[in-house]
Design a protein around this ligand. Structure first.
Ligand code: SF4
Length: 490
């Protein structure tokens, strides 16, 4: 294997959702519920976790690097977080970098009372706003763009915290699903396009919010409805719910990649089972790109539902030709290059007895840099597959995301560098094909994509970003420096 290839960098060859949020109010065991809810959202961020609780007089925050279970599994850790209201966050740290000071919820004492915020998403003008705030004298404690909200709320002239939050959010562009705690209760809100998901449920008299419905299943809550795009829901300490629409109706553009990859398959997103959507994408892929082979083999785990759909639609047997180890750490923590480059082999192993002498089609959810796909194709050939075809359950990922998903910069995306045939050569497959954007829309329950009125954010496939990208435009213009010297807390 050519380990000198510049893209031979395992870290960064998948997309990462950057965060998951959970909140509970009017719940007797709010912190414990939040810990369980965050555990169900662990796939959305594994670098750090935090919970803030409020007992009527005091906010208490506990945050830590690592998984939820490493930080919130003991009775003592939960006992430190008393009260009937709590909100939590799991984080995949890229924007703002790793380090405890960027772990959420972020908290501030404002003149009008305590204010804690857990945020999923990214602002595409966070750098610009941050620069303006710094010029006005704001002192930032973290490098997370979420702190921009706190400063905007702090400097707003409106009287109530809710109105200040609305005032602040009118200034940001991009994606946010927010859970905010104030002395008066909890506020959950979603950006006007609903790019990032946020769901609402109930358990007894408690109201709960979560990035995904799977968290409600885990804590025994009933899914009630999604927080609508542009909606702000306020819940007081008695569980009374009030809905506001301060941002008007901008039309819904939820992230279509939630269906493709990010959400757990046992979640419901945008009114549709994620598992059913992924299977339907696989069926659509088989209709558009059939393949004369002996076996359909998923790239585990995320390619499994689409591979089932592909197999059922095509009538070709589905088999687990690749077995994934669930006990492999992230490759980037390995100290040496040789150890790092062996990552795929340790993570995925060919089921040789199954694939030997067979023509196979591999099904994966996406191709990012292409290095993992190349290694998996090679692994199948080494195991004796006579033909290795590749089908992808999303269109080519040719653009970066600015809305809370960690994508490599555009120049590192394989589909930004080359057309499909050179991509095929790069991953050394016998054939390569992607589901079409219209096919993807059809599979997730939408009408064919209408360039004038798309129903989803699909910018990483189309480059059609649904908001302004102020920071990027300024950087491209060579405008004021938007990067800041950083301070590391050791
Ligand atoms: Fe989702 Fe892609 Fe839009 Fe980012 S750019 S929000 S990953 S569809």
């Amino acid at each position: 294997m050519d380990t000198t290839h510049p893209w031979m960098d395992e870290d960064g060859d998948t997309l990462h959702e950057e965060c998951g949020v959970f909140g509970a109010v009017n719940a007797s065991d709010a912190a414990a519920l939040t810990a369980f809810g965050l555990h169900a959202l662990q796939h959305r961020g594994q670098e750090a976790a935090g919970i803030t609780a409020f007992d009527g007089t005091q906010f208490v925050t506990r945050r830590g690097l690592g998984h939820v279970a490493e930080n919130f599994s003991s009775q003592e850790s939960i006992a430190e977080l008393p009260g009937a209201m709590a909100a939590g966050h799991v984080r995949y740290s890229t924007t703002g970098g790793s380090g405890l000071r960027n772990v959420q919820p972020l908290y501030a004492d404002l003149a009008s009372g305590g204010f804690a915020v857990a945020h999923n998403g990214n602002f595409s003008n966070a750098g610009t706003l941050r620069q303006e705030l710094v010029q006005k004298g704001a002192i930032f404690q973290s490098t997370s763009d979420t702190e921009v909200i706190i400063h905007l709320v702090a400097t707003s002239r409106y009287p109530t915290l809710r109105d200040r939050l609305v005032d602040a959010l009118r200034l940001v562009e991009g994606a946010y699903a927010l859970i905010v705690m104030t002395p008066a209760g909890m506020i959950a809100c979603r950006d006007p396009l609903g790019i990032r998901p946020l769901q609402m449920g109930r358990i007894g008299n408690a109201v709960v919010f979560a990035s995904e419905t799977v968290a409600f299943d885990v804590v025994g809550a009933e899914f009630e409805r999604q927080v609508e795009p542009g909606e702000m829901i306020e819940v007081d300490h008695d569980g009374k719910v009030t809905s506001y629409r301060p941002f008007g109706n901008a039309g819904s553009r939820p992230c279509i990649f939630e269906h493709v990859y990010f959400s757990r398959p046992d979640s419901v997103f945008d009114g549709r089972s994620v598992y059913a959507a992924r299977k339907a994408i696989g069926e659509q892929l088989a209709i558009e790109n059939p393949c004369d082979v002996d076996l359909v083999v998923p790239v585990p785990d995320s390619g499994v539902p689409a591979a089932i759909g592909y197999a059922q639609q095509s009538g070709v047997p589905f088999e687990l030709g690749i077995i994934r180890s669930h006990y492999v750490g992230r490759t980037f923590i390995q100290p040496s290059d040789s150890a790092r480059h062996s990552g795929v082999k340790r993570k995925h192993n060919a089921n040789r007895s199954l694939v030997e002498g067979k023509r196979i089609v591999l099904i994966d959810d996406s191709i990012v840099r292409g290095t993992t796909s190349m290694k998996i194709v090679e692994m199948m050939r080494d195991a004796g597959a006579t033909e290795v075809h590749f089908r992808v359950a999303s269109p080519p990922t040719a653009h970066s995301c600015f809305y809370g998903v960690d994508t490599p910069e555009r120049s590192k995306l394989l589909a930004a560098r080359m057309e499909v045939e050179p991509m095929r050569e790069f991953i050394r497959a016998d054939s390569l094909a992607f589901v079409s954007i219209d096919g993807l829309y059809r599979a997730v329950g939408g009408a064919p994509r209408d360039a004038g009125c798309p129903q989803f954010c699909d910018a990483c496939f189309t480059g059609d970003y649904p908001t302004s990208l102020t920071d990027l435009e300024r950087r491209d213009r060579g405008a004021d420096q938007l990067t800041f010297p950083t301070h590391k807390v050791a």
